[in-house]
Design a protein around this ligand. Structure first.
Ligand code: CAA
Length: 248
């Protein structure tokens, strides 16, 4: 590992609530942050806002559901920024609804964005991480992948799948200086959670022993920890960060 250069961190779904906090924190930690996005219009506004706060990220558009689009993004990053040291698989969506009414489209959309994306991004960075004998892959899963949640058969399946992937990949690359870990946030104050109808959301918050939603910066703090060089003996782990909502 060349310690003289700035480490490069790629964050997928960067313009969302968690993605934003993760980009800021990794930048504060000294990483060269590459922020992946899908929606150009949203990304432009996001970049301008973050610039006004003093952050200047490299922005790259790619649909993480698409293997070749991700391949092109990774090649571009390697050429223009440098090899990727940290990959944060953060992109995710919900398409909630009872399973008896779930459409194939809503199943596919969640699988592709939340789980295929993890394959696509990890597959395109892993060989280069192995060549450089260093890497950190951090998969942002969910409490609802660890337990079930009414209305989230698609999301729970994809999020549980992420950690199955983490465990195996962690074993396969352990001798190559690469760690692979999962973070399972509970209910965090993001647009995704605020989209849950208020009445239902209030009931969910009432089930959280700490008595509030989590903060995005609290998740970013854990990402920062797992992205650091010092955590080289932590791999294949699943970190619950949910205010005590699900303890096991
Ligand atoms: N347990 C049992 N029954 C429940 C229930 C629950 N937790 N929640 C709703 N129901 C029942 C209702 O009582 C109602 O029953 P009846 O039909 O007998 O009246 C029925 O389910 C609701 O039927 P709808 O047709 O209105 O519901 P739907 O199929 O469209 O689904 C829902 C409703 C969208 C799932 C809604 O309940 C909801 O939004 N739930 C919250 C889901 C949630 O927590 N999502 C998390 C999003 S944030 C995130 O995912 C981030 C993260 O990682 C944590």
């Amino acid at each position: 590992m060349d310690t003289t250069r700035k480490y490069v961190a790629l964050v997928t779904g960067a313009t969302g609530g968690l993605g934003t906090a993760i980009c800021k924190r990794l930048s504060d930690d000294g990483f060269h942050v590459v922020a992946n996005f899908k929606n150009a219009e949203k990304a432009e506004k996001w970049k301008a806002k973050l610039k006004s706060e003093g952050y200047d990220f490299t922005m790259i558009q790619a649909d993480v559901c698409d293997f070749d689009s991700v391949g092109d993004m990774v090649k571009q990053i390697e050429k223009e920024v440098g090899t990727i040291d940290v990959l944060v698989n953060n992109a995710g969506i919900t398409r909630d609804g009872q399973f008896k009414k779930m459409t194939l489209d809503n199943w596919d959309a969640v699988m592709k964005t939340n789980l295929y994306s993890v394959f696509n991004c990890s597959r395109h960075v892993i060989n280069q991480m192995m060549d450089q004998n260093y890497g950190r892959i951090i998969n942002i899963s969910s409490v609802n992948g660890q337990r079930g949640q009414f209305g989230q058969a698609n999301y729970s399946a994809a999020k549980a799948g992420m950690h199955g992937f983490t465990k195996t990949l962690a074993m396969e690359v352990a001798r190559k200086g690469i760690t692979v870990n999962t973070i399972s946030p509970g209910y965090i104050a993001t647009d995704m959670v605020m989209a849950v109808p208020e009445e239902i959301r209030n009931k969910i918050v009432a089930e959280i022993p700490i008595g509030r939603l989590g903060g995005t910066e609290e998740i970013a703090h854990l990402v920062s920890f797992l992205a650091s060089k010092e955590t080289s003996f932590i791999t294949g782990a699943n970190y619950a960060i949910n205010g005590g909502q699900h303890v096991y």
